[in-house]
Design a protein around this ligand. Structure first.
Ligand code: ADP
Ligand code: MG
Length: 683
């Protein structure tokens, strides 16, 4: 019965699950505060007092239980809104209770809602020589009488049954020694029942290290085994396609970073093993041309390439951009998206199958099963954040020998995240922008200043520039933001009346041919203003656009703002970004806006974004499984992650089969864990 409940409510199935259900705090009975010392500034507090008879209040539907707890300095009100009847039955008036919880002030008096409460037993009397753990429990478990304290009893019983040999070490002894880590049994024992605060901290550090170290070892093993065992098509030569383009049609000199990355790709693809490379570059660093040159290299060696973009607009833009660059090159390329008409689609599929098409650019439509290639050799996944792991994996099945894969990020990924979520990929960084770019000036304006902002946009347009007005995303279902957008559109129109001004509008609810036409008009300069939602967020390239106004910018996340802002400042003109907000802005939003105004550096912004949001929320990483740590957190435990990574790399480099005697325990552990954790190919 309890077992069933634990399974259902906390996914605790086995002893080891119970061991890994960690306490969220410990009771230190020496840390008792006086009720009189509670002030509005107090947060969580532990007090001891005599419980006065509780009283049930309210009617049947909104029953609550109120009780007063008093010590010699004051009175604290305790309140329960759930399970009031049950709680009342279990409380003993006149008893001395130990109470812990978050305090608040209600009608000028201190109050604690749903406190943790137990009959007070002085530490010595209880005969316990450890700090008592308190475990997270669900409301349902509590209602069935299994609260955090009961879980503590269960865990304590479990501990009295097991011996050190039941929790074998999994980190090699030399690493334990090098990093002064507690052994595993001791760590488990002390994270639950620490003999002191110091012991608890040491246990915590050891277990965090273990989580991160094991994950890093795994990632390194995956990468090394791919290096060693995976076959890959060989691009042995640089030929006419590449050379002709490079010498005659490349419209600019490559940056040092672009050259370096191309060299890395060239080396990777000549080795006879599959390349899996993550290319990190800031917005506007010129990733597209690197992709194109790599695709030409594939063509030189008789292989087809595919460039996959996350949205239809972006796929179209890539297609048009590449077509323009390649127009005198005799390269055959096609655009394949969800809206490609049947007849055209048939022709493209034919061309891909018989090998007459060199390149295909598209959305995820290109990875549908029906699409067959003659000999796919190179795949570019642009703006990687939006592609799921499963989608990318489908590409593997498109050729006998898997094609080389270049994954390009929309904006940089924080270092710690790249290490954990993409640690099995090789990665390149483009940390240099093409020359002549001027930093974008970003300002924050209240929407009351809208008229001034509009005037400013007007002067830019009069200089021949173009402008974006961006509104929060429209989901198909989201009626409200659609109305906001339409209202915004009317407002922009009233400031910029026809026929002097021409406006394009693009949003997610439009049919794709309409989107395409509106986009094309802006790209061609037929329209000077683009009113859009975040559908234009990634990739769109209109170098003449020099100003972007982001409406309700408090609603956007940092990396999204940075990505949006990257749509301006792509030419040689000075560019501007105006972040409009309402009157009331939350502290978090204010912080984001401050960062945006202070820097253009995408690598820095990525770090801040991770700090503000926490690792669980970064797009595209949730399903990766690489961040499911129980204790470690890649933001707060950066230092531990760094050392764990170094230790793991060193170990795998020395012994990638883990057959050395000193690494056998680790090997056994990894094998035992494999089935349980669902680790697989990440990319
Ligand atoms: P992103 O990395 O954001 O995808 P793009 O590939 O779209 O950036 O490039 C941004 C702009 O910079 C494009 O207009 C592109 O033609 C231009 N560009 C790329 N590389 C260079 C370079 N080496 N010198 C000058 N302009 C460049
Ligand atoms: Mg791009």
């Amino acid at each position: 019965m309890r077992g069933e409940l634990l399974k259902k409510e906390l996914s605790i199935y086995t002893f080891s699950d119970l061991l890994e259900h960690y306490p969220h705090r410990h009771i230190d009975k020496t840390q008792v505060h006086k009720i009189g010392s509670i002030s509005p500034a107090t947060d969580f507090v532990q007090v001891v007092g005599i419980l006065q008879p509780p009283a049930l209040m309210g009617d049947k539907r909104a029953r609550r239980l109120i009780a007063q707890l008093t010590d010699d300095t004051g009175t604290l009100e305790l309140a329960w809104f759930q399970g009031a009847n049950w709680v009342q039955k279990n409380l003993v008036p006149g008893q001395k209770y130990l109470v812990f919880g978050k305090t608040g002030f209600f009608n000028g008096k201190p109050q604690m809602v749903h406190p943790e409460i137990e009959i007070f037993t002085p530490a010595k009397e209880g005969g316990k020589d450890y700090l008592e753990p308190v475990y997270p429990a669900t409301e349902k478990l509590k209602a069935r009488g299994l609260n955090g304290r009961q879980l503590a009893k269960l865990t304590y019983q479990l501990f009295s049954m097991i011996k050190p040999a039941d929790i074998p070490e999994n980190i090699p002894a030399h690493i334990l020694a090098d990093y002064k880590l507690m052994n595993r049994y001791e760590a488990y024992s002390n994270i639950h029942f620490p003999v002191s605060d110091k012991a608890y901290k040491a246990a915590l550090r050891r277990l965090k290290f273990e989580e991160l170290f094991v994950a890093q070892v795994r990632l390194n093993l995956v990468r090394i085994s791919r290096h060693q065992s995976s076959r890959g098509v060989i691009f042995e030569k640089v030929g006419d396609f590449f050379n002709t383009f490079y010498n005659q049609y490349l419209p600019f000199e490559l940056t040092g970073a672009q050259k370096r990355v191309l060299k890395e790709i060239r080396t990777d693809t000549a080795r006879g093993r599959q390349m899996n490379r993550l290319l990190q570059g800031d917005v506007g660093s010129g990733k597209t041309i690197v992709a194109l040159l790599s695709m030409l290299l594939a063509a030189d060696n008789g292989f087809q390439s595919c460039l996959m973009a996350p949205t239809e607009i972006l796929a179209q833009q890539h297609y048009h951009g590449l077509s323009e660059l390649l127009k005198d090159m005799g390269v055959e390329l096609a655009l394949l998206t969800g809206s490609t008409k049947t007849a055209a689609r048939k022709k493209i599929m034919q061309g891909l199958q018989d090998g007459s098409l060199h390149f295909v650019v598209g959305t995820h439509a290109v990875i549908e099963e029906k699409v067959q290639f003659h000999n796919l050799g190179f795949v570019v996944v642009d703006e990687q954040h939006r592609f799921g792991v499963a989608q990318r994996a489908k590409l593997w099945e498109k050729a006998v020998i898997p094609p080389h894969v270049l994954v390009m990020t929309a904006t940089p990924i924080p270092r710690t995240l790249a290490m954990t979520a993409y640690g099995d990929l090789d990665y390149s960084v483009m940390d240099e922008l093409p020359p002549g770019r001027q930093p974008i000036t970003t300002v924050h304006r209240n929407e009351m200043a809208r008229a001034t902002v509009m005037d400013f946009v007007k002067t830019e347009i009069e200089k021949g520039r173009q402008a974006y007005f961006i509104y929060p995303l429209i989901e198909e279902s989201e009626k409200l933001s659609y109305e906001d957008l339409m209202q915004g559109y009317e407002q922009v129109k009233s400031f910029f009346p026809e026929p002097n001004y021409r406006i394009s509008m693009v949003h997610g609810r439009q049919p794709s041919d309409q989107k395409e036409t509106n986009m094309a008009r802006f790209v061609n300069g037929d329209t000077q203003i683009m009113v859009a939602t975040t559908v234009i967020e990634v990739g769109v390239n209109v170098p003449n656009a020099s100003v972007m106004v982001i409406e309700s910018s408090e609603k956007f996340g940092l990396s999204q703002l940075h990505q949006l802002r990257g749509r301006v400042g792509r030419g040689s003109e000075k560019s501007f970004c105006v972040l409009l907000t309402g009157q009331k802005v939350s502290n978090d939003a204010r912080e984001r806006i401050k960062i945006m105004c202070a820097t253009n550096d995408g690598f820095l912004i990525a770090e801040k974004d991770l700090e503000l949001r926490g690792p669980g929320d970064i797009e595209g990483t949730r399903q990766s499984g690489a961040l499911n740590f129980k204790l470690a957190n890649i933001v707060n435990d950066k230092e531990v992650l760094e050392v764990a990574k170094i230790a793991a790399e060193k170990l795998v480099e020395e012994d990638h089969t883990l057959n050395l005697a000193k690494n056998l325990e680790l090997k056994n552990y990894l094998q035992a864990q494999k089935a349980r954790s669902g680790w697989g190919k990440i990319s």
